[in-house]
Each structure stands twice: as structure tokens, then as C-alpha cells.
Design a protein around this ligand. Structure first.
Ligand code: 5RP
Length: 293
């Protein structure tokens, strides 16, 4: 029987040896078809190899979260400053101007609200609609260890099959239940399962201890999830550490749109992600941009 990661010390992740990327700039993506690669290259900047995604999909289970009460007023002005927007098809059709050339990644799972068991999700859109909306990818929640673990994994694998048929990449989002440990061991398990079962990239949380083992043991790109609002310097430090430790970018929501100056924060995060700007310098940039406004 395979071990259940009992002896972490016995494992070798070779964190300091980057995975080779023949055929394409993104890790684990060299064997994908042209359309899939082209869509990935719209989200991940081919120069830096990284992406700054702005996550505003929260309403799909939380309703009008703080900072997302009015997408037209709070979020549309931020679109020019991100590399891609992660939103629902409802928001896309009702509030995102179709003239925008920014790539869109659509939330494709849903079902339960915050009032119910969150892992009980289903696929909530057709891939045909994703094609119709000309999106650059879709995202789906996977609840490893959750009550409906198997269903959520099966949702993801079905979505991956649909995506492969039309060249649309799937981002698996590792969702952690309230009482579950958020540590590197858990995220290694969750991210690896998502990659093994076909996700083209994975969104996961940063952990201060051992994040580089999470990225090293995941054969496809990882984007860091933001999580609840923390002070700007802490959020910039988290993003900096994540990309230095192997993440291919971020998909951040509340730490951007709940900031006092969301446009400034988004620009500061972009500097950290694409130009390796140090968190303290990025904070200074944030403050300067905030004051200018
Ligand atoms: C939950 C999600 C979100 O709905 C959202 O994208 C989270 O963003 P943030 O935590 O940065 O506010 O994917 O897992």
C-alpha cells in the first residue's frame, strides 16, 4: 500500500532543480495543443512566465461580498491592470464590457451557498458556452478531504475532458474545508491530485513552511490564491515569496479589491510577480500610486 506521506523527510522534491519546459514556456504544458497553449499564453505573460489574475468570482456562493457590491463600479476600472479576470459568466455577460481584450477565465463550478455544505458542487456551465464567450480558461473547485471529495474530483475530470475537446485550459482550485489543516503536506496532496487528473494549472494557497515542495511536486503551473484580507505589506510579501518559491503567478481577490487603493495594489502586485520587485519596494510603489490618486 502506498505510504500516506508519513515520513516527509524521506521524500526528495529537488526544490532547487526547476522542471524543464520543452516546447513551451509553461511547466508541464509542452505537449498541449496549439489552441490550449495560445489561451495559456494570454493569461501567463510569455516574457515573465507569470500571471496576475484578479479573482472576483466570490458572488457565486457568497453573494455581494465586501468590495464586490458593484462590479461595474468596483471591478471594471481594475481590468486594465490585471493579466486576466477570474469571474462568473453572469458577471461577464452583465457587466464586463465586451470590447475588453483582457483574457477571461470563468468560474465553472457552483451549487451550494455559504448556508450549505460547500463541497457539494456541480459543474455549472457548458464548455460550449465558454467557447461562445471566447474565454481563455475555466476554473473549478476541488475539495480534497471534503465531504463531497469524489464528486468534486469527478466534476474536474469531466470539465478537463470537455476542455480538451475545444482547447480550453482548466484551472483546478484547491478548496480547504474549515476544520482542515492548511499545510504543505495537504497542498502537495491536493495540487498533485489535480495535476495528475488533468488540470492544466492549479490555484492554491500559500503556506510559509514548505511551499516550494508544493510547487516542485506539482508538474503544472501553480497560481497563488490570495485568501482573506491582510495588510498590504503582508499580501505583497506572500505574493513575492510564492513566486520566488516556484509559483507561476497569483489569482488574488480580496487583497486587491478590499484594499484602500485597489488599482495601486494591483500595480504593486504586478511588479512583484513580473519583475521580482521586493515587497518593501512594492509597498512604497503602492503608497506613491495611492497618494497620486
Ligand atoms: C475560493 C475561490 C474564490 O472564490 C476566490 O477566487 C478567492 O479569492 P481570494 O481568496 O483571493 O479573495 O477561488 O477558493
Amino acid at each position: 500500500m502506498p505510504d500516506a506521506e508519513a515520513v516527509k523527510e524521506g521524500k526528495k522534491y529537488y526544490e532547487d532543480v526547476p522542471q524543464e519546459t520543452p516546447g513551451f514556456f509553461l511547466k508541464g504544458s509542452g505537449a498541449l495543443d496549439w489552441g490550449m497553449k495560445n489561451r495559456l499564453a494570454r493569461v501567463f505573460n510569455p516574457k515573465s512566465g507569470r500571471a496576475v489574475m484578479l479573482a472576483v468570482d466570490h458572488g457565486y456562493f457568497q453573494g455581494p461580498t465586501t468590495g464586490l457590491e458593484r462590479i461595474d463600479l468596483n471591478i471594471v476600472p481594475l481590468i486594465p491592470y490585471c493579466d486576466a479576470l477570474f469571474c462568473t459568466r453572469g458577471v461577464l455577460r452583465s457587466m464586463v464590457p465586451p470590447a475588453t481584450t483582457k483574457p477571461m477565465v470563468l468560474r465553472a463550478s457552483g451549487g451550494p451557498s455559504i448556508l450549505k455544505e460547500l463541497s457539494n458542487e456541480q459543474i455549472c456551465m457548458d464548455m460550449e458556452d465558454a467557447v461562445r464567450l471566447n474565454v481563455a480558461g475555466v476554473g473549478i473547485q476541488v475539495f480534497i478531504g471534503g465531504e463531497f471529495e469524489t464528486r468534486s474530483v469527478h466534476n474536474m475530470t469531466r470539465l478537463v475532458d470537455m476542455g480538451l475537446r475545444c482547447g480550453i485550459p482548466v484551472m483546478a482550485v484547491t478548496a480547504v474545508g474549515k476544520d482542515m489543516a492548511r499545510d504543505a503536506r495537504y497542498f502537495r496532496l491536493a495540487c498533485r491530485i489535480c495535476a495528475e487528473l488533468g488540470a492544466q494549472y492549479v490555484k492554491t494557497y500559500y503556506v510559509p513552511d514548505g511551499f516550494e515542495t508544493v510547487t516542485a511536486s506539482c508538474p503544472v503551473p501553480i497560481v497563488m490564491a490570495g485568501g482573506k484580507k491582510i495588510p498590504e505589506l503582508d499580501a505583497l510579501t506572500m505574493a513575492y515569496n510564492a513566486v520566488q518559491q516556484g509559483a507561476s503567478g497569483v489569482d488574488m481577490g480580496r487583497n486587491i479589491f478590499q484594499s484602500d487603493a485597489p488599482v495601486a495594489m494591483l500595480q504593486a502586485v504586478a511588479k512583484v510577480v513580473h519583475d521580482n520587485m521586493k515587497p518593501e519596494d512594492a509597498l512604497e510603489l503602492y503608497q506613491t500610486l495611492k497618494e497620486k490618486k
